[in-house]
Design a protein. Sequence first.
Length: 191
Amino acid sequence: MYRLVSIMDTVRVPPKNFGMKIDESVLTVLRQQYENKIDADLGVILAITGVKNISGGRIIPGDGASYHNLEFEALVFQPRLHETIVGKVGEIAQFGAFIKIGPIDGLVHVSQVTDDFISYNEKTGTLTGKDSGKVLKEGDAVRARVVTLSMKNNITDSKIGLTMRQPGLGKMEWIEEDKKPKVVKGKKGGE
């Protein structure tokens, strides 16, 4: 999901930045140009972490800026299909729960919360299992799997669909409860 990548590019440094050191000037331009943008191959570019290999600048006639070839490192967030994620419930709605995972929220539809029938309680803002009594509320830590992914040019239009219906997934307390041995009451011998 999170990784450091190395990117090569040519950066236009405007004349207003000429008073700055070149690495500071380039870093400022890169942050404006790249941070919080989505790249189809890289994912969401969260931060430019460093600049290296800055070439001497060249000026194009008619443009007062300098152009520099360089390499820089960026921290990116790129969810992958079928990846298991850990996040917190940010909001509960009648149709499901929004899970905060990095810079983007994923949606767990009510049909994907548990195998149980889920109902929404508007008063408490919770999702509750009919038979199990399991309750999901804002702030709960959960583990889910990415089942659908639609990354667009910006965070607002990007969508991540999640499920918590598979073994080892769900609210962290539910997962711990499932690990405990089940006590089965049986009949004593001969009865």
